[in-house]
Design a protein around this ligand. Structure first.
Ligand SMILES: [Zn+2]
Ligand SMILES: [Zn+2]
Length: 318
């Protein structure tokens, strides 16, 4: 199974600013001082190998959109944030004119998770089959509302694809195109749902926009059971722990620290920090990743937990 991150930012898409680019350049020049590069290739290698991620790259700016590639003809994706536009281009390039079948799993209907759908190319293509799965009663209504006046010029009913909405129930396991999927209710304004996917002996949990109050034992045990032994957990780490338990308590999001603790208790193999706060710089996200890795080392039990931070364009092979 291969996981492709098309959008990893929370709440609102962001782009690098003039100040950000200048800062990265200045940091790169300082890091390279005293060196000599005889070609573009040598300089490129230096940038790739020697500079920290936050200097030579960026976590990226699109909102939630994560593709699960099982090596099938059909496509599977979690959420339709602004990353859905690039995901749609990827589908068009791969299909080469053939209509696609796409399964979309919706965590919830907040704007940052549906805003990419009006720009999702395959939805405008006749013959495309789109199935949108979710647990909310307002699943279909939310998609229709954002594509209606005065919000958008194209009406939902003008889309050429064959679009079907499929309601799922939290806690029930479903078989979708040969894959097992189980939704789980999460604590978030208006509710959100995580999804556990299982196929060919591999398991992945997509859990975003979810606040965890570890003192609520019943909820914590339910989440640990949901994460249990997963190969990969894509986790809402929008805030630092200090923010999550003070000013931003009850804002419906979690932290890098809580992610490490829950994944350790559930014997997860790989934790991916996701839904980054739009106000956080690349350096701040890199700092949160460093803290999470240090915490994991200090509290490690019998097996290590690998910790990464998602960025637009990241691919993980399971
Ligand atoms: Zn969100
Ligand atoms: Zn939300």
């Amino acid at each position: 199974m291969r996981v492709r991150f098309w959008g990893t930012r929370g709440s609102l898409p962001v782009g690098l600013t003039v100040a950000d680019v200048r800062d990265k350049l200045a940091q790169a020049l300082v890091a390279a001082s005293g060196r000599r590069f005889d070609s573009y290739g040598e300089a490129y290698e230096f940038a790739r190998e020697q500079l920290p991620f936050s200097v030579s790259q960026t976590f990226g700016g699109h909102t939630s959109c994560v593709e699960l590639d099982f090596g099938r003809d059909e496509y599977f994706v979690c959420d339709m944030g602004s990353g859905a536009r690039a995901f749609g281009d990827h589908i068009a390039a791969r299909q080469g004119g053939k209509p696609a079948t796409i399964h979309i799993f919706m965590s919830h209907m907040h704007w940052d998770h549906i805003m990419g759908f009006p720009f999702f190319g395959p939805a405008y293509r006749r013959g495309t089959q789109i199935r949108i799965y979710g647990c909310h009663q307002v699943l279909e209504q939310a998609f229709r509302l954002q594509m209606s006046p005065p919000c958008f010029p194209v009406m939902f009913d003008q889309l050429a694809a064959d679009i079907e909405f499929v309601r799922l129930r939290s806690g029930s396991a479903y078989e979708v195109a040969g894959m097992r999927v189980t939704p789980q209710l999460q604590r978030h304004s208006g509710d959100s749902y995580g999804f556990r996917f299982e196929v060919a002996g591999r398991s992945l949990v997509y859990t975003t926009d979810s606040e965890h109050k570890l003192e609520d034992r019943a909820q914590t045990e339910a989440i640990i059971a949901f994460f249990r032994d997963a190969d990969l957990v894509i986790f809402d780490a929008m805030y630092s722990l200090a923010e999550a338990i003070s000013v931003k308590e009850d804002w419906g999001h979690s932290s890098n620290v809580v992610g490490v603790e829950l994944c350790q208790r559930a014997n997860v193999k790989h934790l991916v920090l996701f839904h980054h706060e739009p106000a956080n710089s690349d350096a701040a996200i890199e700092g949160a990743l460093r803290d999470a890795r240090r915490l994991e080392e200090l509290t490690r039990g019998s097996a290590p937990l690998r910790v990464s931070a998602a960025h637009d364009g990241l691919e993980i092979e399971l």
